[in-house]
Design a protein around this ligand. Structure first.
Ligand SMILES: C[S@@+](CC[C@H](N)C(=O)[O-])C[C@H]1O[C@@H](n2cnc3c(N)ncnc32)[C@H](O)[C@@H]1O
Length: 313
């Protein structure tokens, strides 16, 4: 914040405004009221949170418009929709109505894909990576930014989410991700048997498990949440079949799922017969949040066909 003039007479001080905002947000049940109040004020002032805290200590004035944003946050509009951005692996994605807000736990899913892509580049000088269900483009862009030499495709079915992905690729790394507006279960047949890494955070919430938080239930698109089928794994099963089709022998599948779905997710992958034993990966807090499996060579040497028997899990 520039060392500007003192707080004009009569203007409300930032520190006082932040305390009031924190109280309003706490009463509304917002889980991190102080942090959200600071991030909203920092957004309005166009500064970072550290600078904002310094400004509050120095008695600077509160920004105009803070009360309005706080009221909307108290109505449980997602913080990221109000600031227009969500952080992901050290960069910012544009987000808003019509696209799933990327979550911190998905950064760990991306990490596994990034390590596998980097290993492929180290071994062969190239890596072909497909992010199925790309949403805002979070995982695809993270791989493209962190693995020079990787060729990254992102596939998204929903028109609104696809438009957000286009915007993010344009803003973050123009041309670095090849986007496809398509059903991930049938997309990219031209790459069958050639892909090094398939990564996906598909919809996986079962139909009866409506999320509790209003930010999720009322603002994340239903197509991003609900995986269909009694167990929420119908779309993920289609994604696993697509991965079996796309991956080269030795290629890696990384698929996010809910904590309670770890055994079902491993069973779903193992049932294809196209992968080595599926293992569960964990997020940074130790929760089982992804299934990881390596494509095996089919008898006869060619990548096996992606026929998947869908046994209930
Ligand atoms: C949970 S969101 C994940 C978005 C992003 N990968 C992330 O981690 O933030 C799931 C995304 O999959 C998309 N989707 C759902 N069904 C799909 C399908 N059959 N093919 C492609 N995308 C699909 C949704 O529109 C949504 O953008």
């Amino acid at each position: 914040m520039p060392a500007g003039p003192a707080n004009p007479v009569g203007a409300r001080e930032l520190g006082e405004a932040l305390r009031a905002a924190e109280g309003v947000l706490a009463c509304a049940g917002v889980p991190s009221p102080r942090v959200d109040a600071e991030l909203l004020a920092a957004h309005l002032l166009g500064i970072g949170r550290g600078e904002l805290q310094a400004a509050a200590i120095l008695g600077r004035p509160a920004p105009a418009g803070l009360d309005d944003l706080v009221a909307r946050r108290a109505a449980r509009v997602p913080l990221q929709h109000l600031t227009g951005t969500a952080p992901f692996r050290g960069f910012e994605l544009a987000v808003g109505p019509g696209v799933f807000v990327p979550r911190p736990e998905t950064e760990q899913v991306a990490q596994v894909a990034i390590e596998a892509a980097a290993a492929a580049v180290a071994a062969t000088g190239r890596a072909l990576v497909v992010d199925l269900c790309t949403g805002s483009g979070a995982i695809a862009l993270a791989v493209a930014r962190e693995v020079p030499g990787a060729v990254v495709h992102g596939v998204e079915l929903d028109a609104s989410a696809y438009a957000w992905a286009q915007r993010n690729v344009h803003l973050a790394a123009p041309g670095a991700v090849l986007l496809h507006h398509a059903d991930a279960r049938t997309a990219l047949a031209e790459l069958d048997g050639t892909v090094d890494v398939v990564v996906a955070n598909p919809p996986y919430v079962p139909p009866g498990a409506v999320p509790v938080d209003p930010e999720v239930a009322e603002h994340d698109p239903a197509v991003a949440l609900y995986g269909l089928g009694v167990d929420g794994l119908e779309v993920p099963r289609g994604i696993v079949a697509a991965a079996a089709r796309l991956l080269r022998a030795g290629g890696l599948l990384v698929l996010e799922h809910a904590e309670v779905q770890d055994a079902a997710a491993r069973g779903m992958v193992d049932a294809t017969g196209a992968f080595g034993p599926a293992v569960t990966g964990r997020d940074l807090s130790g929760r089982a949040r992804m299934v990881i499996a390596r494509r095996v060579e089919a008898p006869g040497g060619a990548p096996a066909r992606a026929d998947v028997e869908h046994s209930p899990s």
